[in-house]
Design a protein around this ligand. Structure first.
Ligand code: FMN
Length: 185
């Protein structure tokens, strides 16, 4: 029997990413787990207005999403503990740039996306930034043929429910396929 546990958002786990932006002329990176997909090539990141990174996204109208791997869990956590207001996070990683030129990306992350800011939804405490992915950069060792292989990538999953990091499990099956057996012929 189900128990009502209140009006809680329990939509976890979520992928943990490092959002990059230029702030006051330097790259800054913040750990963000409240990410989403708005459209095929448009993504969302929900960022508390107090964060240092937000001003850079608003000013430059772009940001990057960098996917760290399991072995980067400590440095990823660190970027979510300290603010660029208090500590310079620009030298924690090797930074590279893509076609936008001012969306700093992280060389150590095997998967990076540079995004053009296309909309901002102004919530009382959060900026919901909507970005269009304009360039995706992926290390060959996490690819199978021309696709990103998430089992090779080993992203970090985050749950607020029990404040823990998790890793990916096994593949369950093929979407738009394994359900077909319920079809009445
Ligand atoms: C695992 C993890 C996930 C986080 N997810 C979010 C998030 O989705 N949105 C948010 O506003 N802050 C999130 N944070 C907090 C920010 O990363 C943190 O406040 C950071 O210091 C902000 O950096 P900045 O001030 O340099 O921008 C998260 C922190 C951790 C450790």
């Amino acid at each position: 029997m189900k128990k009502e546990i209140g009006a809680k958002n329990c939509l976890y786990p979520m992928p943990t990413v490092l959002v990059g932006a230029m702030v006051n002329g330097k790259p800054n990176y913040a750990t963000i787990a409240h990410v989403g997909i708005a459209d095929f090539n448009s993504v969302t990141i929900s960022m508390n207005k107090k964060h240092y990174t937000n001003a850079g996204i608003r000013e430059n109208k772009c940001f990057s999403i960098n996917v760290p791997t399991e072995d980067m869990v400590k440095i990823t956590d660190y970027c979510g503990i300290v603010s660029g207001k208090d500590e310079d996070k620009s030298l924690l990683f090797k930074t590279f740039y893509g076609k936008l030129g001012n969306a700093p990306m992280i060389e150590e992350c095997p998967l990076c996306m540079e995004c053009e800011l296309i909309a901002t939804v102004d919530f009382p405490n959060h900026d919901l930034f909507v970005g269009k992915v304009v360039g995706t950069y992926c290390d060959e060792h996490v690819m199978t043929d021309t696709n990103v292989n998430f089992l090779k990538l080993r992203p970090i999953l985050f749950s607020m429910t029990d404040r823990s990091y998790y890793r990916l499990g096994d593949k369950l099956g093929k979407p738009w396929s394994i359900g077909k057996e319920f079809k009445k012929v």
